[in-house]
Every structure is written in C-alpha cells, then in structure tokens.
Design a protein around this ligand. Structure first.
Ligand code: GCU
Length: 129
C-alpha cells in the first residue's frame, strides 16, 4: 500500500517552531516542540475509506530521555504516552508507528507532549491505509 506523507512544518503547530538546523529532515524543516507539557502538532489526514491505518512518525531526539507524546485521532487518544526515545543525535531520525482507525474522508492526527521536556523534533507523519 502507498504511504501518504504529511510534513510537520505544514501542520498546525501549537507551542512549537519550524526549524531546519539539524540535517536529514524531509521537506523544508521539522517542528521543534516547545519544552513544556501540551505542545502539539496536528495533521489533517485524508483517508479514502474507513479502516485501520499505520501512522508512522519520523522524529529525532538528541537527548537520552524519552519524550513521550499522546497520539490522538479525531480527538480521541489512541496511544497514550507513546515513546519517542533518544535517537543518539538531533541529526539522527527514526520512525515509530501507531495503528489506528481512520474515518473515510478528513481526520485529525495530533501528537501532544506529555512531559515538561516537550516533544522530540518531528519531521513528518506517513499514513499507510
Ligand atoms: C536543542 C536542539 C533543538 C531541540 C532542543 C530540545 O536546542 O538544537 O533542535 O528541539 O534542543 O531539547 O528540544
């Protein structure tokens, strides 16, 4: 199945900034979450049909501390405190996945930091239906 990519820098950002100072990102940059609880990135995702999808988040975390985030689809948390562990460097990008049900048509996928460290640096979301 084909994956559709949604760049974080094009998403709706609450308490974060678009940056491009750490190489290896796709598109034109990534989102640097503010270091606080509740900073978030919300993607608008389109699904051709209702069903299970794989949500793949590409991120970097140059610290050694996990930066967990709640993953919500259409306002409901589907993965609480999903781990975004250290990747070794801010230029080392990794992908972690969540399985979720999408509705036909437009959906929201939001990733919200749950600790005072904020989220990792978020590059993009890929959705595979
Ligand atoms: C550094 C790094 C940022 C990162 C930040 C953080 O400042 O350059 O890209 O977002 O640490 O700890 O969140």
């Amino acid at each position: 199945p084909n994956a559709t990519r949604y760049e974080a820098e094009n998403a709706t950002i609450s308490q974060g900034v678009v940056e491009s100072n750490h190489a290896g990102y796709s598109g034109t940059g990534f989102v640097n979450y503010d270091n606080l609880v509740g900073s978030s990135v919300e993607f608008t995702v389109t699904a051709a049909a209702a069903g299970t999808a794989t949500l793949a988040f590409r991120f970097a975390n140059g610290t050694t501390a996990n930066r967990p985030m709640d993953i919500a689809v259409n306002g409901a948390v589907v993965a609480a405190n999903k781990a975004f562990n250290g990747t070794g460097a801010w230029t080392t990008w990794q992908t972690t996945t969540v399985s979720a049900q999408l509705a036909a048509g437009t959906n929201t996928v939001r990733a919200t930091a749950t600790t005072a460290n904020g989220g990792p640096n978020l590059d993009h979301l890929e959705v595979t239906a």
